[in-house]
Design a protein around this ligand. Sequence first.
Ligand SMILES: [Zn+2]
Length: 94
Amino acid sequence: MSFVQIQCTRCKVMFRDRAMRLQDGYSRQCPSCEVVLFFAEDSMHPFVKRAMRNARKVRKEQREAEAVRRAAPEPRLARSRSFAGRTQSAERED
Ligand SMILES: [Zn+2]
């Protein structure tokens, strides 16, 4: 799960939220001063703008990583199966 840094527009505390949630129209409370922050694409506040820009970037990177995974599936399954086999035979020897 990917997180992005958000800075509260009131008390300036830094906290993190999931990039997937941080989209136009999202709102959440600051964990420190409990002010409700609104995240809009047309927000004029630099902290909100920065958080949304970071969230967009993270989501884009996630999409690209997923596309790569789907296009070229790693032989991870085969490898974990051979590990499991080795573990099983070791157990049988005991
Ligand atoms: Zn705050």
